[in-house]
Ligand binder design. Structure first.
Ligand code: NAD
Ligand code: ZN
Ligand code: ZN
Length: 364
């Protein structure tokens, strides 16, 4: 099959046509991918100086049609339309039974997509090819554990819905599942890419009273109010902490979300939240995480929490977010700023590096 392949010390990505796909094993689902978004986590792996586990097919915001299922798969059949989620939720492990779905033991292989027995369904010239973030959505075919495929209605427009897979699950989920933002709460969102805009939309769904946002990119700030932002700040011109404290009558926000990923932004969130407030780490910091916590952190009872894929269970949350989109409560269309054939993957990655547009959806 054809896929955009990342190989060690080889930039840009090459679209190759000679990847071998193994027959499905018992619990596998073979999916013909139709659409896949580009997320910053993919770009991070592409730009890692030492490379990760390579060669790999990245792309984890994907959707398509079931082509074949393994002998033990009963929920899905050839021809079903499916959305894929990078993290499966088995429903029975230590974490799943406690409702902590994104920590499911079946998802612990999500960086490489390896099966429990250490094998990968993809290979090229006899060498293993990894499915990055558990999916490998930048290829025509993905072979995934059945826990990663969620059947959707046949009329679901996958070219729009695919952004739910990562951006919306991560952003809306961080608000509704991880932080459980309550009605009337005040929120700060730092970073307005696909993830940050989804956090803004989640805060609007939660009926937050104030949704204060910041991003150095003017175009992204300009669009934020369409998604629900109530106050817009420029981190290059504004003192974010001072402006947030001032805007909340000297108190600080109830919740701050870092949707860009740096120690400085997490510290900014901690300083901008009120006593007892919560800072949620959503962005993936690439610097060594250094957080000088003030002693007051203790007496102020501030909270710092991580959020992986918005603490989502794809089987619960993908249908939920699709339904919210259908009733007009979530805007997916405006999140997609470009559509490109897979051959233009490198131009799509360049757009993200230059922070042009918002989300690119690739057509396979
Ligand atoms: N926690 C998870 O499960 C999860 C899932 C997906 C992505 N991520 C991470 O989320 C982050 C965002 O992903 P994305 O796809 O939206 O990326 P993106 O590149 O589209 O957006 C990041 C935004 O942050 C902005 N930004 C940079 N510095 C800033 C600052 N000082 N203040 C405010 N904004 C700033 C950028 O201008 C950009 O608009 C990445 O780190 C990604 O790896 C985490
Ligand atoms: Zn992602
Ligand atoms: Zn589990």
């Amino acid at each position: 099959m054809r896929a955009a392949l990342l190989e060690k010390n080889q930039q840009p990505l090459a679209v190759v046509g000679d990847i071998t796909v193994e027959r499905p094993r018992e619990r596998d689902v073979v999916v013909r991918i139709s659409h896949c978004g580009i997320c910053h986590s993919d770009l991070t792996m592409v730009d890692l100086p030492e490379g990760g586990q390579l060669p790999a097919v990245f792309g984890h915001e994907a959707a398509g049609t079931v082509e074949e299922v393994g002998s033990a798969v009963t929920r899905l059949a050839k021809g079903d339309k499916v959305m894929l989620t990078p993290l499966p939720s088995c429903g029975t492990c230590y974490y799943c039974v406690r409702g902590e779905f994104s920590l499911c033991v079946d998802g612990q292989n999500f960086m490489t997509g390896l099966r429990a027995d250490g094998t990968t369904p993809l290979s090229r010239a006899g060498q293993p090819v990894f499915q990055g973030f558990g999916l490998g959505g930048w290829g025509e075919i993905a072979v995934v554990d059945e826990g990663r495929a969620i059947k959707v209605d046949p009329d679901t427009p996958l070219e729009i819905a695919c952004v739910i897979g990562c951006a919306v699950q991560t952003g809306v989920g961080a608000v509704l599942n991880t932080a459980k933002v309550e009605e009337g709460a005040t929120v700060l969102v730092m970073g307005l890419g696909g993830i940050g805009i989804s956090i803004v939309q989640g805060a609007r769904l939660a009926n937050a009273s104030r949704i204060i946002v910041s991003d150095p990119v003017a175009e992204r700030r300009d669009h934020a109010s369409n998604f629900g932002a109530t106050e817009i700040l420029d981190p290059e011109g504004d003192d974010i902490v001072a402006r947030v404290i001032e805007a909340t009558g000297g108190i600080g926000v109830d919740y701050a979300f870092d949707a860009a990923g740096s120690s400085a932004l997490i510290a900014q969130g901690l300083a901008a939240t009120r006593s007892g407030g919560t800072t949620v780490m959503v962005g993936a910091p690439m610097d060594p995480l250094e957080l000088p916590l003030p002693a007051m952190f203790l007496t102020q009872e501030k909270k710092l929490v991580g959020s992986l894929l918005g603490s989502c269970n794809g089987h619960r949350d993908i249908p939920r977010f699709l339904a919210l989109w259908r009733k007009g409560a979530l805007d997916l269309e405006s999140m997609i700023s470009a559509r490109r054939p897979i051959e233009e993957i490198n131009a799509g990655l360049d757009d993200m590096r230059a922070r042009r547009g918002l989300r690119t959806v690739l057509e396979l």
